[in-house]
Design a protein around this ligand. Structure first.
Ligand code: M6R
Length: 353
């Protein structure tokens, strides 16, 4: 049941700390900084790594592909519905990873089947033991999030981010005590976000907005896309996520006083600085800005509201920042009286192409 919550979505958002602890269990070694995935013993990595996925899982795949690249392994994510093995160099040397919570999404299964037929090594990153994706691939990495009932994916996205970070570290032989330590602290950092009310206030302030925009760069770009998808799914309002640098290439024309822009900016590095430049352009037009930030940069100065994330590296901060956006979407839908767990026109698992 919903254990006293109004909606499964709220329950599942709040389950993220425990879901992540379960995802990490037995896989992280703090002393050596190594990630050990039993499932991948003896696995020979043959770059590039090709990801296929849909919806929220595609956002996780974008995040995973970026991690592989960061650690020296060429990787690319495709929307499963746009992936056609025959139009790409997929052969017996290829590694194709399907990211799918349910393991039953038709587009993703079709892409994996084509990859199998071309002789590729296939991998499923999934939540459901014994799912079609798990049965039809060479290796399976379970994200261990527990059952997710709400149509909007929440805890499974966090667990996909975590599992893909571990997969990228393990397969690229990336060893880092800092990373392992940071991963371990994600559940507590998410808990600190769950314990405060700022997201609810922001949601009620902007419940009448005509549209919502989300911007981020680097690891925060997939989170911007995910923030927008969550918002449109459960509020039925127009929401778009952009790479922060793309704003000025067109989307800026959409920005008005009625369209809050959510900017994810953590750390004080080059990426943060550039995104702040994009935020300034928005702010100069009188558009409300909500900064999702750890306060290490000056982005707060240009923001009407700040949603805090505890300070850490960009990779794990993106996991925490995403929870703030899940909560803004949830409370906005709540304010609007939407059918949060079962949004109109949508199904939990999409079994047609
Ligand atoms: O089960 P999957 O991860 O393959 O599902 C993929 C998408 O259908 C799914 O993520 C969808 O976008 C969610 N409703 C998003 O909240």
């Amino acid at each position: 049941g919903k254990s006293g919550y109004d909606h499964y979505m709220r329950k599942e958002i709040n389950e993220q700390p425990s879901a992540l602890r379960e995802c990490f269990r037995g896989r992280l070694d703090e002393l050596s900084g190594r990630v050990t995935l039993e499932e991948f013993e003896g696995f020979e990595l043959n770059p590039p790594v090709t990801f296929v996925a849909c919806g929220t899982s595609y956002h996780a795949a974008l995040f995973g592909a970026q991690l592989f690249r960061e650690w020296g392994v060429p990787a690319h994510a495709y929307l499963a519905s746009e992936f056609e093995a025959e139009t790409m160099p997929i052969d017996t040397d290829s590694v194709v990873v399907g990211v799918t919570q349910s393991g039953e999404t038709a587009d993703t299964l079709r892409a994996l089947r084509e990859a199998n037929a071309a002789g590729a090594t296939t991998v499923a990153v999934t939540n459901v033991v014994g799912s079609s994706a798990a049965r039809e691939t060479d290796r399976v990495l379970y994200i261990r999030a527990g059952p997710e009932i709400s149509v909007a994916a929440t805890k499974t996205f966090a667990s996909q981010q975590a599992a893909l970070t571990m997969l990228a570290a393990a397969l690229s032989n990336h060893r880092s005590r800092d990373l392992v330590r940071e991963l371990r602290s994600v559940p507590d950092r998410i808990q600190s976000v769950l314990d405060e009310d700022a997201a609810r206030e922001v949601a009620s302030t902007y419940a009448d907005a005509s549209a919502y925009f989300f911007i981020g760069r680097g690891y925060h770009y997939p989170v911007a896309l995910e923030g927008a998808l969550k918002m449109k799914e459960i509020t039925y309002k127009h929401a778009e996520g952009f790479a922060a640098g793309e704003l000025k290439h067109g989307p800026l024309a959409l920005v008005t006083e009625q369209t809050p822009v959510f900017a994810i900016v953590t750390g004080d590095g080059r990426r943060a600085e550039k995104t702040i430049g994009n935020v300034k352009e928005v702010e100069a037009r009188g558009t409300p800005v909500v900064a999702i930030t750890d306060g290490r940069s000056e982005v707060g100065r240009y923001a009407d509201h700040v949603l805090e994330v505890p300070s850490a590296g960009e990779i794990t901060s993106s996991m925490v920042a995403n929870v703030q956006l899940q909560r803004v979407a949830y409370w906005t839908a709540h304010e609007l009286g939407r059918s949060i767990d079962k949004p109109r026109n949508l199904a939990k698992s999409v079994t047609v192409e």
